[in-house]
Design a protein around this ligand. Structure first.
Ligand code: CAA
Length: 259
């Protein structure tokens, strides 16, 4: 499939999805969100890590497309746009493989929300993150009020959302929004090196870990730990479990199949 506003590249088991509309700082219009959704849906079982980044020098994604949004006059049309963004990011979040946001510049509004829907965020030194929607007379509409709150806590989320301010990568790391800050030229290489470490491990175990972390996050500790026990037990008898333990005992690297 050919896309106009995104690029999907495969390097072995690592796919890189680039929002590539630099003339509008990669702003998310309807078409871009639809292409994003189609690209995520197109990922096959051979893809084991997804990196999401922005095209051009300046931006990861500078938000939903304000020019396009400004023509929305009716509540139902706004609801439809929010639903498209929510659906696309929920699809990303539901992937069983690790997803990494490589935030290479402005990640504002819908761009910050896109990064928040990934498993974790690495940022370049020049990145700036924020949810400036209240300055436009709206609120974050692609999950920002909820996902940011779950990551940095209510008070930090309220501070960022109510002020509409931008924070730099160092501050974003300090509040736990970004895991690491890298020189711009090293950001993608860092993401790929983390991906390479994950590729050495069992895909089945990683997807199970991701599932129990995600499903457990909104449950009380007792219920969440039940999910962990079930996930742990389910892996026994799998090819990956047998191979992983056998390889350890035979003092050789494991060769996992994800089965
Ligand atoms: N939508 C549409 N176009 C955008 C855009 C956006 N979110 N962000 C930037 N652009 C466009 C600009 O209009 C400009 O286009 P022209 O060259 O045709 O004028 C081009 O990208 C370059 O932008 P700037 O000239 O503004 O670049 P700058 O370096 O001076 O500023 C910036 C960069 C601080 C990121 C600034 O562009 C900006 O504030 N952008 C908007 C950020 C924003 O408010 N995002 C939230 C959107 S609302 C949202 O996302 C709702 C939601 O949750 C669903």
């Amino acid at each position: 499939m050919t896309y106009e506003n995104i690029r999907l590249e495969h390097d072995g088991a690592v796919a890189t999805l680039t929002i590539d509309r630099p003339k509008a700082l990669n702003a998310l219009n309807n078409k871009t969100l639809q292409e994003f959704e189609a690209a995520v849906k197109s990922l096959g079982a051979d893809t084991r890590v997804l990196i999401v980044t922005g095209g051009g020098e300046k931006a990861f994604v500078a938000g939903a497309d304000i020019a396009e949004m400004s023509s929305i006059a009716e509540h139902p049309e706004a609801q439809k746009f929010a639903e498209l963004g929510h659906r696309a990011f929920a699809l990303l979040e539901s992937l069983s493989i690790p997803t990494i946001a490589a935030v290479n510049g402005f990640a504002l509004g819908g761009g910050c929300e896109l990064a928040l829907a990934c498993d974790f965020i690495y940022a370049s030194e020049k990145a700036q993150l924020g949810l400036p929607e209240v300055g436009l007379g709206v609120i974050p509409g692609f999950g920002g009020t909820q996902r940011l709150t779950r990551i940095v806590g209510r008070a930090r989320a309220k501070e960022l959302i109510f002020t509409g301010g931008r924070i730099d990568a160092a501050k974003a790391k300090e509040i736990g929004l970004v895991l690491e800050v890298l020189p711009a030229a090293e950001l993608l290489a860092h993401c790929r090196s983390v991906a390479a470490k994950m590729l050495k491990n069992s895909p089945l175990a990683i997807s199970t870990a991701k599932r129990v972390i995600e499903q457990g996050a909104d449950k009380d500790l007792g219920e969440a730990n039940t999910l962990e026990r079930q996930g742990f037990a389910e892996l026994f008898g799998s090819d990956d479990q047998r191979e992983g333990m056998k390889a350890f005992l035979e003092k050789r690297p494991a060769v996992f199949t994800g089965k």
